[in-house]
Design a protein around this ligand. Structure first.
Ligand code: 2P0
Length: 316
């Protein structure tokens, strides 16, 4: 105790999505999911438990935070304090190395880094499975950011059985990911709220749960077989299934905007020209494009030519 500990965690993009919880308090998902951790984007977090503090204090990107993010962080640290049997409040300094308005969730890398740094600073020595379980309590997708490469979050049934594990930490496939930022403004419907609404009202929700299990098995085969095309087709299909839950919710909603659809069309056109490009979208209008190294620059140029205001980054 009483030492500052720093941890780094990388963000991840789900190829098989998580979209709904069967237990909201413990963050137990309705389906297992599978992601690719990105080397380029990460969060560094330092935690120091200090008996002198009268409350937790959070600095995010050098700014002191007093809003909901502090409450969420404090609630998460309460779990760590309980596990470690300590009472001290903490000083938390967190820096996101995700480009401004990149449209990438920082909650995954944020809570994974916080779980690693805070547990160690509190004197706990958790293995990676237990770190994943802890990170999950902050944000579901954070459970996957404990590991590099391809990672599966096993849905499980309860706190003990819901955790991520690596499928392949050193990726052997030639796979890259382009992030295309069309709109950096904050999302109107948070993912927590969006997924609960989809569960409650989309008539296709049960179908999603069944189909997602089929996609997951096929995705694991694609990874084992180094089959890029199968991986890309499955990822795009699974993402569109997730987004159709939102289109079929009552009332319907979507994270897409017009340019999201325009990029999807462009990706289809590229495929017709023989370029292997596949799309995946999360809780926002921005598109991530899965590609192979020989095609990445061609795809990036095509996006920039057609959408001059889009920010394109090669993220893996
Ligand atoms: C995913 N997303 O699998 C899915 C796909 C967004 C779309 O996980 O409520 O921030 O904190 O567990 O992890 C974003 O949701 O939600 C997410 P909570 P989280 O990556």
């Amino acid at each position: 105790m009483n030492k500052a500990v720093t941890a780094r965690a990388h963000t991840n993009i789900a190829l098989i999505k998580y979209w709904g919880k069967k237990n909201s308090e413990l963050i137990i998902p309705t389906t297992s999911s599978l992601s690719l951790t990105l080397d380029k984007f990460y969060t560094d977090t330092t935690v120091f438990f200090d008996d002198q503090l009268e409350q937790d204090e959070l600095f995010l990107n050098n700014t002191m935070i007093k809003n909901k993010a502090l409450t969420k962080t404090s609630e998460f640290l309460d779990l760590v304090r309980q596990m470690a049997g300590i009472k001290a409040y903490a000083n938390i300094t967190s820096v996101n190395h995700v480009p401004t308005a990149a449209g990438l969730a920082s909650s995954a890398s944020g809570f994974a880094a916080l779980a690693a740094a805070s547990s160690k600073a509190a004197g706990l020595d958790l293995n990676r499975k237990d770190l994943s379980r802890l990170a999950r309590r902050g944000s579901g997708s954070a459970s996957r950011s404990i590991f590099g490469g391809f990672t599966e979050w096993i849905a499980g049934e309860d706190d003990l059985t819901s955790y991520a594990h690596p499928i392949q930490e050193n990726v052997t496939m030639d796979i890259q990911m382009l992030t295309v930022v069309l709109d950096g403004s904050p999302k109107k419907i948070g993912s927590r709220q969006g997924m609960q609404h989809a569960i409650a009202t989309s008539p296709f929700y049960d179908t999603w749960v069944a189909e997602s299990a089929v996609d997951l098995v096929a995705m694991k085969h694609a990874i084992t077989n180094n089959d890029f095309q199968a991986l890309g087709e499955l990822a795009e299909h699974n993402a569109l299934q997730m987004h159709s839950l939102n289109f079929t919710a009552k009332p319907a909603f979507t994270y897409f905007n017009g340019d999201t659809l325009n990029i999807l069309n462009l990706i289809q056109d590229l495929r017709h020209q023989g370029i292997q490009a596949y799309a995946t979208m999360d809780a926002g209008p921005n598109v991530k494009i899965i590609s192979q190294s020989a095609d990445t620059q061609i795809i990036s140029n095509a996006i920039k030519n057609n959408f001059p205001s889009a920010l394109v980054e090669i993220a893996k």
